[in-house]
Design a protein around this ligand. Structure first.
Ligand code: SF4
Ligand code: SF4
Length: 164
């Protein structure tokens, strides 16, 4: 078998490289004086818009109670099987609440299906994108980490009411 030598389609100036190097340097210099679009995280924090889908959280009302009625729809729809809900009865008007509500953040793919399907506006996607764990157990968020006061979630709830 004979191998064909591939001819490079370069003109004289491209073959001597110097012009190309100068062109590259000019481009670099031009970009050095353009406004910066990168952020120096973590010193500078990114503040997402209401449409952002950060980690899912449970809405905690002013009285310190969660809205969730433990219907289990979110767990049912979750494509990553990340949610575990165990229902229990309560004397309150809503009758049921989640005795146990856990999201495995290693599984969550931030799809927002749980938020979409929830009939009570009880689970919403927050702006929180800082997730750090040192072991698998820490990645399973229980109610202590999931319940977030409603004041911190108003923007997202308003967004959902307008666009959901
Ligand atoms: S955002 Fe998606 S993957 Fe994450 S818990 Fe909700 S439904 Fe599951
Ligand atoms: S968060 Fe919403 S969908 Fe999930 S169990 Fe609670 S009420 Fe049902």
């Amino acid at each position: 078998m004979t191998l064909k030598k591939r001819k490079k389609d370069l003109n004289f100036f491209e073959r001597i490289y110097i012009i190309e190097i100068i062109k590259g340097m000019i481009l670099t210099l031009k970009n050095m004086f353009r406004p910066k679009f990168t952020m120096e995280y973590p010193e500078v924090k990114f503040e997402p818009l209401a449409s952002y889908r950060g980690r899912p959280v449970l809405v905690m009302e002013e009285q310190g109670r969660g809205r969730c009625v433990a219907c289990g729809l979110c767990a049912r729809v979750c494509p990553a099987l990340a949610i575990e809900v165990q229902a229990a009865e309560t004397e309150l008007e809503k009758e049921r609440y989640p005795e146990k509500f856990e999201i495995n953040m290693l599984r969550c793919i931030f799809c927002g299906f749980c938020e979409e399907v929830c009939p009570e506006e009880a689970i919403v996607m927050s702006k929180d994108y800082e997730l750090v764990f040192t072991n698998r157990e820490d990645a399973i968020f229980g109610k202590d980490k999931l319940l977030v006061p409603i004041e911190n979630l108003r923007e997202r709830i308003e967004f959902l009411r307008r666009f959901k």
